[in-house]
Design a protein around this ligand. Structure first.
Ligand code: ADP
Length: 255
């Protein structure tokens, strides 16, 4: 049996008195493509932020590629993995956000090269070659010496993807990457993600409101509702054949 690359065991999260996640159990296998859908405020981004180690659970275990990020000890004390382990975990994870966060004073190529050069301390020539390769994959070979301000939103988002891919992550997180884009730019970004999903063997977790896209690429879909996974299964089971009323109501808004 293949070990999961991401596991959540009974993860709870509260902000003050507000219970945002109420017992999340989740296993994601290497190469698995998982879409998380659900209403605004249901806790989707909180799950992503926990994986990035930006947020700690109130209770429960989160294990990424064999490292327990936080562990409940006896007496309910939460213990965080040491910095060395957390750095390794962050290195395994690539992330693309709603807002692209490119460095405005760097060219497209420099944006892709900076993390492998300065965080991973890799050699310049190899990093440059890999960056050019990834920029070609996202269809931006003709833009490598331009600056972010010269690009459309869709192109900037494709740079953000190339930049994440250059780090060769084992897990890619996509958090509503098309939500901030003008409608006519959404398709080109989804197409790049489709290509990555079909050709790469990394795990992918995508928070999305694009149901046809989820149907097309996701092995598994989770419907998050009020802090619990209210429904899960194959994309077809969840998006096309579920009888869950809350899910039906949600889908009506997006399809
Ligand atoms: P989603 O991504 O599904 O829209 P989020 O995970 O962003 O949901 O948020 C879930 C809930 O947690 C929301 O009610 C939000 O207001 C609350 N929340 C998220 N982050 C914080 C925070 N840092 N402090 C207080 N409340 C927060």
């Amino acid at each position: 049996m293949i070990e999961p690359i991401v596991s959540f065991h009974d993860v709870h999260k509260s902000f003050g008195d507000v219970k945002v996640l109420k017992g999340i159990d989740l296993d994601i296998r290497p190469a698995e493509k998982v879409a998380i859908i659900g209403p605004s405020g249901s806790g989707k981004t909180t799950i992503i932020r926990m994986l990035m180690t930006l947020e700690e659970p109130t209770s429960g275990d989160i294990i990424v590629n064999g490292t327990n990020l936080w562990k409940m000890e006896k007496k309910g004390k939460l213990v965080r993995a040491n910095e060395k382990h957390l750095r390794a975990v962050r290195g395994d994870i690539g992330m693309v956000f709603q807002h692209f966060n490119l460095f405005p004073h760097m060219t497209i190529l420099e944006n892709c090269m900076t993390a492998p050069l300065h965080v991973k301390k890799e050699g310049k020539e190899a990093v440059k070659q890999r960056s050019l390769e990834m920029l070609e994959r996202v269809g931006l070979s003709d833009k490598v010496y331009q600056y972010p301000s010269q690009l459309s939103g869709g192109q900037k988002q494709r740079v953000a993807m190339a930049r994440a891919l250059v780090m060769r992550p084992k897990i890619m997180l996509f958090d509503e990457v098309t939500s901030a884009l003008d409608p006519e730019l959404v398709a080109e970004v989804l197409q790049v993600i489709r290509d990555i999903a079909k050709n790469d063997d990394m795990a992918m977790i995508l928070v999305t409101h694009e149901m046809d896209f989820a149907l097309d690429i996701a092995d598994k879909v989770l419907f998050l509702d009020e802090g619990v996974i209210a429904e899960q299964g194959t994309a077809r089971e969840v998006i096309e054949h579920s009888n869950n009323e809350r899910l039906q109501e949600f889908l009506h808004r997006f399809r």
